[in-house]
Design a protein around this ligand. Sequence first.
Ligand code: NZQ
Ligand code: ZN
Length: 383
Amino acid sequence: MNNFIFQNPTKIVFGKGEIAQLANLIPSDKKIMITYGGGSIFKNGIYEQVKEALKKHTTFEFGGIEANPEYETLMRCVAECRKEGIDYLLAVGGGSVIDGTKFIGTALKYEGDPWEFLEKPIVVDQAVPLATVLTISATGSEMNKGSVISRRERKQKLFFFNDACYPQFSILDPTVLYSLPKKQVANGLIDTFVHVVEQYMTFDNKAYVQDYWAEGILKTLVEIAPKLMANQEDYDNCANFMYAATMALNGFIVMGVAEDWATHMIGQEITALHGLDHGVTLALVYPGVISVMREDKKEKLLQYGERVFGITEGTVDERVEKAIQATESFFNSLGVKTRLSDYNIGEDTINEIAERFAAKNFVLGEKRNITPDKIREILHHVK
Ligand code: NZQ
Ligand code: ZN
């Protein structure tokens, strides 16, 4: 196990009816900007619950933050926050609204063009305090310091980290998931699954606790996925999904172990070029990554195959192949396609993505051996 330092300051307030806690969680003298997305919160009653809880607070609202939050939109909110003297941000939404709000909070404290801290390796450590009411489980953004922002005009999607962007608290009421479109449930299950494997499917780190945590999350997802797809209004399945998604990317399972993240880095480029949902890009890329990198990941693929999918029969190579197949079948079982051709993505995009990584001199993977040529091979594998 590697050395590590762990600290996560986000308070989690979990359970049915807990949105009402907002009244006590934010100091009453704050000027709060409530940020939200395209309007789902008006249809499922979340907006009313937030407004009711904050009726004694001073609140402003900014809506219209897109899925894959757009820089231009967020900059409009930054201007509005400056005008109103906002000193607290409350994101009511999913990864996109939360990430957008982390960007807004950071931009408000940043002197200069905020795109700089996305594009260049600039360290940012200041932000207006923020908190979240989570409405969709997937990204883990509700309990981490990361944020991913898109700039469509430039076909870019970039990320930054800021310690000051850990939400002060996040309210996780599993009943908010009842109103999610099926496609978003599938996206969230896949995103959670791939977050876990990015931090698990590397090599033997001799980190037994972290392995069992990771496998516990994966097994939970495999077990509840068909039930959730069939019936979204089962409280316990939603609660377990919500908790799994948060635990997948809040710093717990990654303590002391190697990380991959190749699938996310490649998937991010597919979204930048074609606008596909984040979860969809992961389902496309991941089967390619484990197939092409199977020799490097062999030990872990065997362990995963056995502990998550019960694969014990066959030679080493056969078991590895079965584990790869089981992963792709899991994504397909959620109604998500796993070939680039299913989305009319061809050779041009494969070349463009490989060239983007070559231009930045980027190599990916836990062993930093996924070169632009390997990226090409991975994408060809899922063509
Ligand atoms: O915008 P509204 O109208 O609210 O609709 C949203 C949106 O269309 C809808 N939705 C959310 N909650 C709902 C709901 N519809 C009905 N009922 C509800 N309760 O769902 C759609 C997708 O929302 P979005 O926030 O985009 O989804 P997600 O949470 O998957 O976030 C994706 C973004 O997060 C980034 C992704 O790259 C992408 O930009 N990620 C952020 C990470 C992080 N900060 O740590 C890590 C991830 O790997 C990921 O990259
Ligand atoms: Zn993700």
